[in-house]
Design a protein around this ligand. Structure first.
Ligand code: GLY
Length: 378
């Protein structure tokens, strides 16, 4: 069952490469001839790494050299982007360079890719705000709205720093990632295991101010993709640090997520939004959680009481994604997963292909099929 879905994904990735040479899929597409399409453009958003990462997964899965060449040929655009600082005033440097430069290093042991990834990690370090003890998510230093703001998504950017520590032995990478993970756990995860999307601190003295949201339904709600980033992100923090508090947090957040799954195993865009017939889903959140649960299953002891719950949730979720959300039955589609949502409240991409949804869907499939686990750790 997984193999058929993977074969379909390979066909679509290769066709997109041929059809849109040198371009990257952007958020919130358009419709052509009644079908949703990606909008294609330059390497200038936070999401390009997911497309490159899909090519690496595809190459590792099937050995198709055209996928390796397509992925490697994009490295120059990531290099240019870093050198010219093109749209990099945000923490998603981690997503961008983990799935391009680090992936290329892991798969090909390419020294140029390693050197680029280390420079990207240095740029991410520049976002460390010592008064808060955290990485600033968005905007430039002293940005009036975002200067003291952390967001839960950042947990998935930390593997770039942990990787840089492994490569160089320099503690500064590890310490920033470890301290950021701790402050995220303390302020973004609530006592009932739900999460804030974002948290504000006073940038001058580091005082904790309040939780809030950007892409969720309202300030105290739980944005499902934020919860998903937390599940996978904290599991990876445990992988790197062996601090069991991160493992426990990931598990707690996973139970919260699974207990609130709708009948078909694929979440709506926020756990607190009223459910109407046209309430958008976020298939990408469910794909991220499938990967996070696979990671947890790898980390947990054989007798852990949550194993059965997590294993069952992975199967249920992935079967539903393949059967009801994927484009397996739509041979001309550009995306792999339908019904993702980006920023429903902001009116951006409320029901579309999301390239990170496609990436995590494929990551989960190749992990289930062949144990290929992506590029977040060795
Ligand atoms: N990291 C941004 C998002 O999940 O939309």
């Amino acid at each position: 069952m997984w193999e058929r879905a993977i074969d379909d994904a390979m066909t679509k990735i290769k066709r997109n490469i041929e059809r849109y040479p040198g371009l990257f899929p952007h958020i919130a597409g358009k419709e052509a001839a009644g079908e949703k399409r990606y909008e294609w453009g330059a390497n200038d958003d936070w999401i390009e790494g997911f497309y490159t990462g899909m090519m690496w997964l595809g190459f590792e899965y099937g050995g198709d050299a055209s996928l390796r060449e397509a992925a490697a040929s994009q490295l120059d655009s990531y290099r240019e982007r870093l050198e010219k600082h093109i749209c990099l005033d945000h923490h998603d440097i981690g997503f961008l360079y983990s799935l391009s430069a680090v992936a290329q290093w892991r798969v090909l042991k390419d020294e140029g890719a390693r050197e680029l990834a280390l420079r990207a990690a240095d740029k991410l370090l520049q976002r460390w705000r010592p008064r808060i003890g955290a990485i600033q998510a968005w905007g430039v230093r002293d940005d009036p709205e975002n200067g003291g703001r952390i967001i839960i998504d950042c947990l998935m950017n930390l593997p770039l720093l942990f990787w840089a520590y492994e490569q160089t032995g320099e503690r500064r990478y590890y310490d920033v990632a470890y301290r950021h993970a701790h402050i995220s756990r303390r302020y973004l995860v609530r006592g009932d295991d739900s999460s804030y999307h974002t948290f504000y601190f006073d940038p001058q003295n580091g005082n904790a101010l309040r939780g809030g949201t950007h892409q969720g339904y309202r300030d105290g709600s739980t944005w499902t993709r934020g919860q998903a980033w937390g599940i996978y992100g904290f599991a990876l923090c445990f992988r790197y640090t062996k601090d069991v508090r991160f493992l426990e947090t990931s598990k707690r957040m996973a139970r919260y997520f699974i207990e609130r799954l709708p009948e078909d195993g694929v979440v709506y865009w926020d756990f607190d939004v009223p459910i109407e017939p046209d309430t958008p889903r976020d298939s990408s959140a469910s794909a991220i959680v499938a990967c996070g649960l696979l990671e947890l299953l790898d980390l947990l002891e054989g007798g852990d009481p949550d194993r059965a719950l997590f294993a069952d949730a992975v199967q249920r979720k992935m079967k539903s994604l393949v059967d009801h959300y994927s484009t397996v039955r739509l041979p001309d589609a550009e995306g792999l997963l339908q019904h993702g949502s980006y920023h429903v409240r902001g009116g951006r991409g409320p029901d579309d292909y999301m390239i990170w949804g496609d990436y995590y869907y494929l990551e989960a499939l190749v992990r289930l099929s062949k144990g290929i686990k992506g590029y977040w750790y060795e």
